[in-house]
Design a protein around this ligand. Structure first.
Ligand code: SF4
Length: 322
């Protein structure tokens, strides 16, 4: 189950898929290419879907009576209702998904920090908000992994995003199996991962899985899912990750040499100060899990939260502008 879960991701179509931007271009995005073998993408271009051609005159968000309207300055056409209608219809028809990767800065797809102008004239933007499609996504799926593409250039954000989408996908598959065994398995193998996110929720989730009240399975799974969403809502804090890692380190400390321990603690200090990503520390523990044949840690998703081919240290920084 751990190795096969395939996240379902809705992505802005101009990110690697099709040259559908207003200027007829496509944006090259490495993370999309790398993810392709491991996820199912549902690409969408809301502007093309509402009938705008490629290339087209750009559209923008314009503030009007406290609302953001989607307007094409060159023609003065207001596309707000079309875009809202498309967003509702598209999201209503979606299967269960785990994540969205949306084009940053787009008045349609951007999930936040999209420029809002006071008029359609040659004026500077005066505020920021969400694009119409991106805003509809955030409102409907607050518990899912939603990222603007530019933020995924940052390795910490990317690690958290990948961890979350695979944890959600594993749960989606667990739910589909409809057995107590699969729920117990999910809880068992994700225990350290969930512990790193939220200590309080993992205790509650353990009680839900134990099901001392003998509730029907569907009720138990639904309750578990609500708490899982809470647990994964915020990213794991560095201190929580370090606690989990030290807990795992305790499994081997008697078998390691002083030099190995020093090497590990040095690595951990580098993670603490942001010099290396979490995956670097996890891979050291991962090697010891194999070497010392630790079955309990071996099945913990904390040490292999997503396929290792997706680990990439690069951090090219800031988001591009629309
Ligand atoms: S940002 Fe969204 S609406 Fe704009 S071109 Fe890309 S997919 Fe289409």
């Amino acid at each position: 189950m751990v190795d096969t879960a395939k996240p379902v991701i809705v992505a802005s179509k101009c990110l690697e898929f099709e040259p559908c931007r207003y200027n007829g271009q496509v944006i090259s995005l490495k993370i999309i290419r790398r993810l392709e073998p491991y996820v199912t993408f549902i690409p969408v271009c809301p502007e093309v879907e509402i009938g705008l051609g490629v290339p087209r005159n750009p559209i923008r968000l314009v503030s009007s009576n406290g609302q953001s309207r989607l307007i094409q300055p060159a023609t003065g056409v207001d596309m707000t209702e079309e875009m809202q209608g498309f967003s509702d219809k598209f999201l209503d028809a979606l299967p269960e998904v785990d994540a969205f990767i949306l084009k940053s800065g787009s008045p349609s797809c951007g999930s936040k920090d999209v420029k809002i102008y006071p008029s359609t004239g040659k004026v500077a933007a005066t505020s920021k908000g969400s694009g119409l499609f991106g805003g509809a996504v955030s409102n409907r799926y607050p518990h899912l992994a939603i990222e603007d593409e530019g933020r995924l250039n940052n390795f910490t954000i990317r690690e958290r995003f990948l961890t979350k989408i695979f944890a959600l996908a594993r749960f989606r598959e667990t739910k589909a199996a409809r057995t107590t065994k699969s729920l117990v398995h999910y809880h068992t193998v994700n225990k350290l991962l969930l512990m790193s996110h939220n200590q309080r929720e993992i205790r509650t989730m353990g009680q839900i899985v134990a099901n001392h009240e003998h509730r029907p399975l569907a009720e138990v799974v639904g309750d578990y899912e609500n708490h899982l969403r809470q647990a994964l809502f915020k990213s794991a804090k560095k201190t929580s990750n370090i606690n989990v890692i030290l807990h795992a380190f305790g499994h081997f400390s008697k078998q390691l040499t002083s030099a190995e321990k020093a090497f590990f603690l040095d690595n951990l200090a580098n993670y603490r100060t942001g010099k290396i990503p979490l995956s670097s520390v996890q891979s050291v523990i991962g090697a010891w899990i194999v070497r010392f044949k630790d079955d309990y840690l071996n099945e913990q998703t904390f040490f292999k939260p997503y396929p290792k081919d997706l680990i990439e240290i690069s951090d090219s920084g800031k988001a591009r502008s629309y």
